[in-house]
Design a protein around this ligand. Structure first.
Ligand code: NAD
Length: 331
């Protein structure tokens, strides 16, 4: 089976090649991401492989359906960039990798907290320049702090376990409470209570119409003043303009994000020689208490290997005409 891989990076090739060894899958690597302009490149392929920043809108799906494409193998867990009802209507099946390494993301969220708190990024540069002063590096003990976990699925539960290990008190909010979190001592509370009582809030719920801008001007006003907000889930969970206001008036004490609402135009590419046109993002970059990573939460060897293996399994099932175990169905 010939499969077009959109938005291919060198690391995708490495792990996809290895996972497909000995199989009938032949990868065709396409560097640009999937957009309406690049969608015709998919025409000869029955299956294509996509990622979080590909545009899989109704218009793009129409272009795909006009060619041979009947399956989209997402090499990620999230699928908020896919117009699922349209895919269903056009007879294009969508599969994903529901769980690869939740540890990768939970550990990255922890890294954001530690870096924002203890300012390792500043300390690293200072020491390399022979500056061993400590002013400006003051942090706080995580032990005894209250951490609010919003979304206690696979990643949120692991994150809660890590925070429990630091000696934090746990508050949780989810539409479906998890026994593992309760066993850790986490207290499920209404969202407003979590916002008001948490020193650190970490988002681990999916981006849905119900969760878009969960962190808004209104919810930021309910925060414990100076709270740290962490988002390794999806950019759209935070209203970035409201977060900027919250940072300016001190309601948000620090912000660590691995994802950004408008990241599709920025992330995964080297833009170091480009003038950034996104003024909201540019403003965010001016705060000393903001840390942004470019959607690298998933980026561990373990996760990339698991993603490639499950993607290959999904494609093999499609090729064999079998039901797709990891099919994303319309609700
Ligand atoms: P999961 O499906 O296991 O857990 C999501 C949890 O959110 C579930 O417990 C669900 O009940 C809960 N939830 C759903 N709607 C909610 C709502 N309205 N309010 C509160 N909670 C709600 O997913 P997961 O594997 O833990 O992943 C969580 C998110 O992390 C994904 O949706 C994805 O967007 C993101 N993610 C990011 C990266 C990265 O590289 N940064 C990698 C993988 C996943």
């Amino acid at each position: 089976m010939d499969v077009a891989v959109f938005g291919t990076k060198s690391y995708d090739r490495e792990f996809l090649e290895s996972a497909a060894e000995g199989s009938e899958i032949r990868w065709h690597y396409i560097e640009p991401r999937l957009t309406e302009a690049t969608a015709p490149l998919a025409h000869p392929f029955q299956a294509i492989c996509c990622f979080v920043n590909d545009e899989i809108s109704a218009d793009v799906l129409e272009v795909l359906a006009a060619g041979k494409t009947r399956m989209i193998a997402m090499r990620c867990a999230g699928y908020n960039n896919v117009d699922l009802p349209k895919a269903h209507e056009l007879g294009i099946q969508v599969a994903r990798v529901p769980a690869y390494s939740p540890y990768a993301v939970a550990e990255h969220a922890t890294g954001l907290i530690l870096t924002l708190n203890r300012k390792y990024h500043k300390a690293y540069n200072r020491v390399r320049e022979g500056d061993f002063s400590l002013s400006g590096l003051l942090g706080f003990d995580l032990n005894g702090k209250t951490v609010g976990v919003i979304g206690t699925g696979k990643i949120g539960q692991l994150f809660a376990r890590i925070m429990h290990g630091f000696g934090c008190d746990l508050l949780a909010y989810d539409v479906k409470p998890a026994d593992d979190c309760v066993a850790l001592g986490a207290q499920y509370v209404p969202l407003d209570e979590l916002l008001a009582k948490s020193d650190i809030i970490s988002l681990h719920c999916p981006l849905l119409p119900a969760t878009r801008h969960l962190i808004s001007g209104e919810s930021i006003a309910k925060l414990k003043p100076g709270a740290m907000v962490i988002n390794t889930s999806r950019g759209g969970l935070i209203d970035t303009r409201a977060a900027i206001q919250g940072l300016k008036n001190g309601q948000i004490g620090s912000l660590g994000i691995d994802v950004y609402e408008e990241e599709a135009e920025l992330f995964f590419e080297d833009k170091s020689e480009t003038v950034i046109q996104d003024d909201v993002f540019a403003r965010l970059m001016t705060f000393p208490n903001v840390l942004v990573t470019g959607h690298q939460g998933f980026f561990t060897q373990n996760a990339l290997q698991a993603i490639a293996e499950v993607t290959v399994d999904n494609l093999k099932q499609f090729d064999a005409g079998q039901p797709l175990t990891n099919q994303v169905k319309v609700d």
